[in-house]
Design a binder for this molecule. Structure first.
Ligand SMILES: CSC[C@H]1O[C@@H](n2cnc3c(O)ncnc32)[C@H](O)[C@@H]1O
Ligand SMILES: [Zn+2]
Length: 432
């Protein structure tokens, strides 16, 4: 029989349009929420009871795009545009990364994410076996993929593709089902068309979604036009990319027609406002994407272009910058921004049992401490979460019904060791 846990006196963010917040009770049976409502549920004799007074229970936050081990490069290469940052700073350092570096950088990021209320993250990177190991050990949920840059000889391309296929096969369903996988060519400007087609074929064969960077900068769009005669959206459409369930990161520079193409093919977009601002890439047309019916979720991108993994910050940026750019204060309202960081995150990662607190959903949940000055007055908690809260407000975190953060402390990872080993890894990179 599965363990029952009853939360009483709780305030629950359920994200329904008519009633986004419910006060009362929540019952968790094993890894699943079985009840949320104002009335005490039946059949809870013998359940472990938890007093939720002073806590706001929300769905765990979902980070739909990133490169987790890049925490080792945080602060290494600030204030540059994307292409120079990649070519002069990131790629030379990443070429020196060992599997152990990726393990250490990922552990540092997962620790930061869990403590800040992120319960699911997407990772596109190399040495994915190490990332899988951290996911298993930490208890977090993840969507993993070997990101592939195809600017290399054909035999190396073939080997990288095989590696991406192996990772996708080996890790799908691992960590008690908390890991799923995708196939991921890095970008149209780093992967030749015939190579992208091979990823599309592999995704068909494995029945997996595809993920890539797309239309992040103006320069990238122009390069695509110069090289292939079409903009990136049409290019990926021509290569069959959108014939698979797909998620594209950034999508900053889009025309009206391109937005229509993404909507018509159910392509989800991971909006990364912090990274786009820092790299001066521009501001994505999120209100237009949402209006066209595109699923828009939120990502931090790597911690070297953000420079933290605080999803509350991305939610706030998403709610603020589109108002500023459009001059319309109703652009991306608070509830919509919160949905982008939760419900739409799950949808864009093709996960159907997380992203919402509701009966039948997995208990991936966070509790925010509202007994603090910046949560008063007790009026509109959706507004306070979006416009006032931050990672430091997260008190408890559960993934799959298991508590992983208690009173801000990680129960599954050794924080001191992780911090020490990450610093040592960075120093090692500088001397290699
Ligand atoms: C092949 S693994 C992933 C690859 O992506 C690089 N990267 C990090 N941030 C961005 C970004 O904003 N746009 C494009 N590529 C990015 C990272 O350095 C890795 O090499
Ligand atoms: Zn990225």
């Amino acid at each position: 029989m599965s363990r029952k846990c009853l939360v009483k006196n709780g305030t629950f963010v359920v994200l329904n349009e008519e009633q986004p917040i419910v006060q009362g009770y929540m019952l968790i049976e094993g890894d699943t929420i079985s009840y949320i409502g104002e009335e005490r549920p039946e059949g809870v004799e013998g359940a472990e009871t938890y007093d939720g007074k002073g806590l706001l229970f929300m769905p765990g936050l979902i980070n739909s795009h990133g490169h987790t081990a890049m925490s080792l490069l945080r602060g290494y290469g600030d204030d540059m545009v994307l292409q120079e940052w990649l070519e002069q700073k990131m790629w030379p350092m990443e070429a020196k990364f060992t599997a152990e570096d990726v393990y250490r950088g990922t552990a540092l990021s997962v620790l930061e994410m869990l403590k800040g209320g992120t319960t699911t993250f997407l990772d596109m990177y190399d040495h994915m076996d190490q990332v899988g190991k951290v996911v298993e050990e930490s208890g977090i949920r993840a969507v993993l993929m070997r990101g592939v840059i195809g600017l290399c000889p054909p035999e190396v391309q073939a080997q990288k593709l095989q590696e991406a296929i192996r990772i996708a096969r080996d890790w799908h369903g691992k960590a008690d089902g908390r890991i799923t996988t995708m196939m991921s060519p890095h970008a149209p400007y780093t992967c030749p068309p015939d190579y992208i087609e091979k990823f599309v074929q592999a995704a068909h064969d494995l029945d997996l979604p595809l993920h890539t960077h797309m239309s992040e900068t103006k320069a990238e769009v122009q390069q695509n036009v110069d090289q292939y005669g079409v903009r990136p959206v049409q290019h990926l459409l021509n290569l069959g990319f959108f014939s698979r369930p797909s998620l594209v990161a950034h999508a900053v520079h889009l025309t009206d027609e391109e937005i229509e193409i993404l909507a018509a093919h159910n392509v989800a977009v991971s909006h990364n406002p912090g990274s786009n601002l820092k790299l001066a890439s521009g501001v994505a047309r999120v209100p237009e994407l949402l209006k066209a019916g595109v699923t828009v979720s939120l990502g931090t991108d790597g911690p070297a272009s953000n420079n933290n993994l605080d999803m509350f910050e991305e939610i706030r940026l998403a709610a603020l910058i589109h108002k500023g750019v459009s001059g319309d204060p109703t652009a991306v309202p608070a509830l919509e921004a919160l949905r982008m960081g939760t419900e739409y995150g799950a949808k864009s990662l093709y996960l159907n049992q997380v992203g919402k607190l509701a009966a039948g959903m997995k208990a991936d949940m966070i509790a925010v401490n509202t007994d603090q000055a910046h949560f008063l007055p007790q009026t509109d908690y959706i507004s306070h979460i979006v416009y006032s809260a931050g990672a430091k407000d997260v008190e408890h975190v559960w993934v799959d019904g298991k508590q992983v953060i208690r009173h801000g402390e990680c129960l599954t990872l050794d924080e001191e060791r992780i911090r020490f080993e990450a610093q040592a890894a960075f120093e090692g990179l500088l001397t290699r």
